[in-house]
Design a protein around this ligand. Structure first.
Ligand SMILES: C[S@@+](CC[C@H](N)C(=O)[O-])C[C@H]1O[C@@H](n2cnc3c(N)ncnc32)[C@H](O)[C@@H]1O
Length: 303
């Protein structure tokens, strides 16, 4: 790692998402690379253009865009995390592309650091799920785009996943938990206390809401591509390699606000209960015996 990890966004993206395991990071990247390519394709960048990547994180989309905008183009990395902006700046320096990159600390719903009609394209991947005021964010995307500019978004639709972890604990992360239902219910309650299903910005929207926000913000053309499935090992099939090994599952969390499984167990269970919980769940995790729902949306729009 180039520099010490400090804020929770950086800690999650650079460490906790993959339980600190390099192989799992690789598996995550195998899932993310085609997503990145599709987000960039939908942004339809050409040489010399300026792209604003909102919630740029570790620069997945933004660094990928540099080649497309070419030597004359520019990429603006924006994020609320100063640590992640600093991380990307160091990488850009190492890569010798610093002169084509800008770094702006801003929230998706307040881009006042950027002028009206100043960019050719806006991209954002897995960021709106953390933003409470999504309508305002779309208004901001519309405002900073030039007329004819393109918006390209990817978001997981986590509301669709609720049958993977019902509050009664009968299923836990898509695994059959009936024999330990009481324990699974207590552990899941830790996750729900941290991210109340009715209020959390990760769960208070779906793909239609994204479409409506784009329409209300004034985008002329809007295209939504929704993908949903219920399948065995959906998490693994989607490339989230962490699901296949217990130790990594224990140490990873699904988003920056979520506890790791280890933390949730420590909060909810006694030592004896944790052993019972582990004795049931661990073999299922190691054998990948889960069936889970998973949905994502790609949206592209023209100003
Ligand atoms: C899941 S990461 C995605 C990072 C990157 N877009 C990618 O594709 O890898 C979410 C990012 O959104 C940023 N973020 C969270 N809330 C935000 C907000 N309100 N405005 C802008 N960025 C935000 C986080 O700091 C983090 O970098």
């Amino acid at each position: 790692m180039a520099e010490p990890v400090r804020d929770r966004w950086a800690a999650w993206l650079l460490e906790r998402r993959h339980g600190g395991d390099p192989e799992d990071l690789k598996a995550t990247m195998e899932f993310l690379t085609p997503v990145r390519d599709r987000v960039l394709k939908n942004a339809a960048l050409t040489g010399g253009e300026t792209l604003l990547d909102i919630g740029a994180g570790g620069g997945l989309i933004a660094f990928g865009a540099l080649e497309l905008v070419g030597e004359e183009g520019r990429v603006i990395f924006s994020d609320i995390s100063q640590d992640l902006l600093d991380h990307s700046r160091s990488l850009a320096r190492e890569m010798g592309v610093l002169d084509r990159c800008e770094f702006v600390r801003a929230s998706a719903d307040d881009l006042s650091a950027l002028e009206d009609a100043s960019v050719d394209a806006v991209t954002t991947r897995s960021v709106l799920i953390y933003v409470k005021d999504k309508r305002r964010a779309f208004e901001e995307f519309h405002r900073v785009l030039k007329p004819g500019g393109r918006l390209s978004i990817f978001e997981p639709i986590n509301r669709f996943n609720s049958p993977n972890h019902p509050s009664d604990g009968s299923i836990f992360m898509g695994y059959d938990a009936e024999p330990i239902q009481d324990l699974a219910r207590s552990v899941w309650a830790v996750y729900e206390r941290r991210q109340p299903p009715d209020e959390d910005p990760m769960l208070d929207f779906d793909e239609r809401h994204l479409f409506d926000c784009a329409e209300e913000a004034g985008f002329e053309e809007i295209y939504l591509y929704y993908e949903a499935r219920r399948a065995p090992n959906a998490a693994v099939a989607a490339g989230w390699g962490w699901a296949h090994r217990w130790e990594i599952l224990l140490k990873s969390s699904s988003n920056p606000r979520a506890p790791t499984l280890e933390e949730a167990m420590a909060e909810a269970l006694t030592q004896e209960e944790a052993e019972r919980f582990t004795a049931h769940l661990r073999p299922l995790v190691e054998r990948n015996e889960n069936t889970a729902r998973h949905a994502v949306a790609y949206l592209r729009a023209l100003r």
